[in-house]
Design a protein around this ligand. Sequence first.
Ligand SMILES: Cc1cc2nc3c(=O)[nH]c(=O)nc-3n(C[C@H](O)[C@H](O)[C@H](O)COP(=O)(O)OP(=O)(O)OC[C@H]3O[C@@H](n4cnc5c(N)ncnc54)[C@H](O)[C@@H]3O)c2cc1C
Length: 387
Amino acid sequence: MTSGVEQQRALLRDSVAQLCKKYDRNYWKRCIAEDRWVDDMWHEMGELGLLGLTVPETYGGSGGGMTELALVMEELARHGTATLLLVVTGLSRIPILKYGTEEQRRRFLPKTATGELKLCFAITEPNAGTNTFKIETLATPQPDGSYCLTGQKIFISDIHVSDYALVVARTTPYQQVSDRRMGLTLFLVDLHSPGIEMRPLNIGLEEPDKQFHVFFNDVPVPAENRLGEEGMGIRYLFDGLNPERQIGAASAIGSGYLALEKGVAYAKQRVVFGEDPIGHYQALQHPMAMARARLDAARLMLYRATERFDAGESAAVESNMAKLLASEAAFDAWDIVLQAHGGYGFDRDYEILQGWQASRLGKTAPVNNQMILNFIGEHVLGLPKSY
Ligand SMILES: Cc1cc2nc3c(=O)[nH]c(=O)nc-3n(C[C@H](O)[C@H](O)[C@H](O)COP(=O)(O)OP(=O)(O)OC[C@H]3O[C@@H](n4cnc5c(N)ncnc54)[C@H](O)[C@@H]3O)c2cc1C
């Protein structure tokens, strides 16, 4: 017998599937061709309450938790229409909800739930890369309590369509802290402020999402846009990183299932030797079966992670493992499906190469899988820190 919660989740998936009939791959491809972001789809997601998931009703949201948001992301990815902005919005709202002032919650959360206000996330820097502690972007306190932001960020997704960025900056330079975890502060930076320059990067993925190299040249940031206490940003940030891994895993899983759906359909009808289709060959069938088993296993790990997070339990291990397993399984699924398509896989009209490329990103971002293995090695197995 299915429980009420399961029925609600089935309805949620159904409403995403309905949305994806209107905003399908053709819509997605039109946006890419016309060089525009998926604004209409985003607004309709807001109207349907999908963007309000994880935001409590008191702040204009739809309630629900990471489990529901991950289900939405998985379903979008199954249709090949998952935007990275959902990953960074999901991550960025957690610290606002947990550590923002009442005024900040009321100012930001309701509008992100409707889609009126878009929020991106900026942590990566050219000289720091994976080593977040080494970031150099500096927020200097001013006599009136505001801050002056200087520095640069790279690979920032969808900042060109966003209204605010959750920026991780140093309020004390790296060289001046005794503990590298200290001195980091979070800011909600109004992207219409003076002194912000965005240069598009030449990222080879065929998606409506875009990445930018961003320069902050003495950007004024009012005191009321600082999130939480000065210097304590890393603690707030860590709370948002597990959700980021979860939504990343959900995206990979949905995309992996899409690959298999395409691969199986093709392998059932393509005949080259005798009368049997190529799906008859174990050389293709077994890797596809393996990918399916690994995607299903990653999915179990994902929803264990989201349920633990939603219950207020620690979900770091499960979130990291889910992201690792999902991104590896999704890439392997696209890889064998590319193989199964032979030369046609390289014809962009088949939309295999694009999925293969996008799935490769999952092994590198939002965090590379080597860092996840480091985490498991150190914190689960108890081995020495390796870097
Ligand atoms: C399409 C795309 C979208 C992105 N969107 C955003 C965004 O919206 N906001 C944002 O802030 N960032 C974003 N990023 C940045 C992304 O999170 C970083 O690229 C990533 O964290 C790695 O940083 P790096 O590229 O400088 O790699 P580096 O830190 O230079 O690492 C290079 C490689 O070295 C290896 N490595 C590094 N450290 C270790 C270690 N300790 N142990 C073992 N191996 C290691 C890994 O294999 C890694 O891939 C995006 C990136 C891409 C490509």
